[in-house]
Write a protein that binds this ligand. Structure first.
Ligand code: SF4
Length: 409
């Protein structure tokens, strides 16, 4: 292999390289995302199966930092150094290692090597994906409560612990009972609050029934509660950008019901009946899309002169990182599969992010739904899973797609 090249900085160059790769061999397109050559650090040979896609580091492209790029790294030394080879380098290397790979001769079945290569369909996995720290923490707390239960008491959970049917089903099968109201829990029982958090009113109800509370509220949600309490204590009104019916938002509003006003989109800003010349605080649901929040913020800025925002945005790191990974992958895949339940806010946002980036996107909540679609229409598929989707669902989906002729990259 000759010289390494860094990620091309000239957009026209990137476009030419991509067109060239597409023209030469369409199915080779996905191989362009893998290293072929020698690791910059350990000097070991790096082929696609010696590459890990686990690392996400900012990569400078055209002088602009593009956060959340999935960067292939050498597994041997974990160097976290990213280099993409050009389409031409890939082709040269493949030809060196596989003489005759690209000639048009046919094998005994009548199919050319070229056709065989074209039959490969690439399956890309977004990193990060799946359980975030808040969900993992809540599920661990639930499992620990079920296991450390010598008296075999029933453990209750208020609402779904996280918005995922597989997780809820699994905990149900271990004996957890999910309820909608605190009054449905017998006095003195153990009650788990979900990762989405609850309002102070619900906490008081639990106290009044002498319930033993296990609080699995995600710390990022607790942070928003804290912000609302702090803003409300100063006497100013607070706008909460989010979905009115989502449990997280209901809990946040409950911190100061007479002060917090929920808006779901930019159009609703003009319906706010609040003085435009007085301070107005803004908080957001943790699992929104960045573009969605920015659109609402622009409308708020245009109407209110004195907005007070928390020092750090409320969209949590897990939501942001997963959206960035999908945004990047969706630009390179014809279709993105998002694994998650239909009531999962962050999974829904991943679908929107993929569509905004130009890919088709399908939200799949169960393995049985995969057969509804004609995946053979796509040569490149991306796959991700929402922050509450267990890894075994991703594994099963990959296995199913590999059975349909996709190659996991
Ligand atoms: Fe917490 Fe974010 Fe995960 Fe929600 S998505 S549980 S806020 S880390």
């Amino acid at each position: 292999m000759s010289d390494w090249i860094d990620i091309p900085s000239d957009p026209a160059h990137i476009r030419r390289e991509r067109e060239r790769a597409r023209d030469l061999k369409k199915s080779l397109w996905w191989q362009q995302q893998c290293l072929l050559g020698v690791c910059h650090y350990c000097h070991k040979k790096v082929t696609p199966d010696a590459v890990t896609m686990d690392h996400i580091v900012p990569v400078s492209r055209g002088g602009t930092s593009t956060k959340g790029n999935v960067v292939p790294c050498c597994k041997a030394c974990n160097s976290k150094k990213a280099y993409l080879t050009s389409a031409e380098q890939i082709l040269n290397t493949l030809e060196d290692e596989n003489p005759g790979l690209f000639d048009s001769s046919e094998d005994e079945t009548g199919a050319s090597h070229h056709d065989a290569l074209l039959s490969n369909r690439g399956l890309f996995i977004a990193h990060p994906h799946g359980f975030c720290s808040g969900v993992a923490r809540a599920v661990n707390m639930a499992e620990a409560a079920l296991q450390q239960n010598p008296e075999k008491d029933i453990i209750y959970c208020l609402n779904e612990i996280v918005h995922n049917q597989h997780v809820v089903f699994r905990l149900s099968s271990q004996g957890m009972i999910f309820v909608k109201r605190v009054e449905d829990v017998p006095e003195g029982s153990r009650l788990l609050f979900s990762a989405h958090g609850v309002s102070p009113d619900v906490r008081q109800q639990a106290e009044a029934r002498h319930l033993q509370v296990i609080d699995a509220t995600c710390p990022f949600v607790s942070k928003v509660h804290e912000e609302v309490r702090r803003f409300a204590a100063t006497g100013i009104h607070i706008v909460c950008i989010g979905h009115r019916k989502h449990e997280e938002v209901i809990g946040v509003v409950g911190e100061a019901p007479d002060r917090v006003h929920v808006i779901e989109n930019a159009e609703e800003v003009c319906h706010l009946d609040l003085p435009v010349d007085q301070p107005l605080a803004v908080v957001t649901q943790t699992t929104l899309g960045e573009a969605q929040v920015e659109a609402v913020m622009s409308a708020l800025r245009a109407r209110y002169t004195h907005l007070v925002c928390p020092p750090h945005a409320d969209i949590c790191y897990a939501t942001r990182d997963r959206q960035h990974a999908v945004e990047d992958l969706a630009q390179r895949c014809e279709c993105m599969i998002v694994l998650g339940s239909t009531n999962s806010s962050n999974s829904q946002r991943l679908v929107e992010t993929a569509e905004a980036a130009g890919a088709h996107a399908k939200l799949i909540s169960d393995i049985s739904e995969l057969s509804r679609y004609d995946w053979s229409a796509y040569s490149t598929l991306g796959i991700t899973s929402g922050a509450s989707t267990p890894e075994h669902f991703l594994d099963a989906t990959i296995q199913w797609l590999v059975g349909q002729g996709f190659t996991c990259v």
